[in-house]
Design a protein around this ligand. Structure first.
Ligand SMILES: Cc1cc2nc3c(=O)[nH]c(=O)nc-3n(C[C@H](O)[C@H](O)[C@H](O)COP(=O)(O)O)c2cc1C
Length: 301
């Protein structure tokens, strides 16, 4: 029985990936997630220079999902790579995807240059879609700008470039542009811009007013996006949003995803979730007589 999948030239041992931002804030966490069973791991989005992010409160737990407004807080690409030094050998043997965010095309290109020179990235994931950082909105909404950043990054990257899209009304036009400009895969979707209000204080809960919704409430929407992308493009797809059980993974794959990323559910259930989900998938494959998990990708169409 094979659970291995390939996303462009990257082959991973199973379709479960650690989503950007949830645990991958330090290199040792990435290693831990891989040892716990993830097929690949994605770093927190890194920017060319360090970012402090927003002031507290930055997370609201709704029960049916989270709203976060971390604001792309990260140590910057140089510091993060320094932190990788002590576990460099181990890290270079696992599929680490470096997520990159920026505010101008030069920021993305500059950060990617440094990352690819380190030799640690098996792929790059361009985060074009942080829904609560105003400066990144243009990249997720403007097909031309999205296409330009993808092209310039692809021109200098020897590893596959995944592009993470947000939930925009013109998502298919943005997707068309990034496909045309050389993306190796599309990751969909990022969190959705949302808010919560404290009824006693009569004010928005988050210091930045808006945050990004993740978790179970996102799943049917993200699943629909993957289904639509599969109908329209041949590019490999990575589904993300509300994955919590093995059944969610199967649903995403039937809709057309080669792999899925998991974020919020790990915050709640811890890293043991990877092995639990893999056991569920293996049982399903046995019951259904599926020998190679790749066979089911897009089968719902
Ligand atoms: C606390 C938190 C931080 C996140 N940080 C990032 C980030 O730095 N870059 C990014 O592309 N996505 C980030 N995300 C979005 C996730 O990668 C994912 O797209 C989203 O949460 C939906 O998946 P989930 O429902 O499994 O959490 C973050 C999500 C959360 C909850």
């Amino acid at each position: 029985m094979s659970l291995a999948v390939n996303i462009s030239s990257l082959t991973i041992r199973n379709p479960l990936m650690l989503a950007s931002g949830v645990l991958g804030t330090t290199p040792s966490m990435l290693l831990k997630a891989y040892k716990a069973g993830a097929g690949a791991v994605v770093t927190k989005s890194l920017t060319l220079t360090p970012r402090a992010g927003n002031v507290n409160p930055v997370i609201v737990d709704l029960g049916y999902g989270l709203i976060n407004a971390i604001g792309l807080a990260n140590p910057g690409v140089h510091r993060f790579l320094e932190e990788c030094t002590s576990i460099r050998d181990e890290l270079s043997n696992i599929p680490v995807v470096f997520s990159v965010a920026g505010f101008r095309i030069e920021d993305y290109v500059g950060a990617v240059k440094i990352i690819v020179e380190s030799g640690l990235a098996k792929a790059i994931e361009l985060n074009l879609s942080c829904p609560h950082v105003a400066e990144t909105k243009a990249f997720s909404e403007d097909p031309k700008l999205a296409g330009r950043v993808v092209k310039e990054v692809c021109d200098i990257s020897p590893v596959p470039v995944f592009v993470k899209l947000g939930f925009e009304s013109n998502l298919l036009s943005v997707a068309e542009s990034v496909v045309k400009h050389g993306a190796s895969a599309i990751t969909a979707i990022n969190t959705i811009r949302s808010m919560a209000i404290d009824i006693r204080a009569k004010r928005p809960v988050l210091s930045s007013i808006y945050g990004g919704l993740s978790g179970p409430s996102l799943k049917p929407i993200a699943l629909r996006v993957i289904y639509d992308l599969y109908e329209n493009f041949e590019i490999p797809l990575i589904g993300v949003g509300g994955v919590n059980t093995w059944m969610d993974v199967i649903e995403y794959m039937l809709a057309g995803a080669r792999a899925v990323q998991i974020g919020t559910a790990i915050r709640k259930r811890g890293l043991k979730l990877f092995k639990e989900i893999i056991r569920g998938i293996e049982n399903f494959m046995e019951e259904e007589g599926i020998r190679d998990l790749k066979e089911i990708v897009g089968a719902a169409h």
